[in-house]
Design a protein around this ligand. Sequence first.
Ligand code: KIV
Ligand code: NA
Length: 256
Amino acid sequence: MAITTQQLIQWKQQGKPIVALTGWDYAIAQLLDTAGVDLILVGDSLAVVLGYETTLPITLDEMVHHAKAVRRGVSRALVVVDLPFLSYQESISQAMHSAGRILKETGAQAVKLEGGYPAMIETVSRLVQAGIPVMGHVGLTPQSIHQLGLRQQGKTQVDQQRILNEAIALEQAGVFSLVLEHIPANLASEITHKLRIPTIGIGAGSECDGQVLVTSDILGLSEKQPPFAKVYTNLREQITKAVQSYSLDVREGKFL
Ligand code: KIV
Ligand code: NA
C-alpha cells in the first residue's frame, strides 16, 4: 500500500521514524522503494548528479523529466519533488503552475519548497488550499547559497527564534512535513516537539521525526559530501574497480 502524507503525520504521533532518501532515476528509485524507504525526494540536489555546481541552474523541465522516471520505479514510498529555484518565488500563480505540472505530469504526491518568510507562507497556504500537498524546508536552504553559503544556520538566538517562527508559520499554512537542514540539534529538537507535523532532519541531530540524506552521498558516489553526510559504502571505488577489470579483460583478449 502506498504511503500517504496523512500517514506520515500519524507516524509522528506513534513515534515511528520516517526514512527518507533522494532519488533521481528509475533504477535508484526502484532499489530504494524495494529496500523499504518511506519517502523518496526528487530533490533539486539532482542538479549535482547532472554535473551542476549548485542547485540553482536546474529547470522545472529537468525536475519533471527525472520525477517521472522516479515515479515509474516506486510503488510504496511517498514521492515528493522539489520545486526548483525561481519556479515558485515569483508569484502564487507561478508556484501553482509549477506545482501543478509536477503533480499532473509526474504522478508524484507532493512538492517541496524552501523558505518560511511571509510571502512564502502565503504561497504555501494557497497551494495547500488548492489540494497540493507541500513539504517545507527551513534552516540551510541551498537555493539561497549566494546569501547564506552552505554554513550551519541558527547560530544566534535571533536566528533560532526566526527559524522556529518560520516552522510554526509553515505548519499553520498547512505543510504536511518539514525538512530541517543544517541547524543545531537542540533547535531541531525544540521545533520537533512544538510541531504536530513530522520534521525530517538533514544535519539537524537525531531527534527529528525522520531523517533524509542525499543518496549519492550515502553510497559514496558524490565527489564532495557535506560535513553531515554519512557514507555507508564506497560506490566510486567499486565502480572504478569493476570498470578497470572489464577494461583489462577487453585489452588482454580475455573477454568473451
Ligand atoms: O535537494 C535535496 O536533496 C534536498 C534534501 C537533501 C533535503 O532538498
Ligand atoms: Na533541495
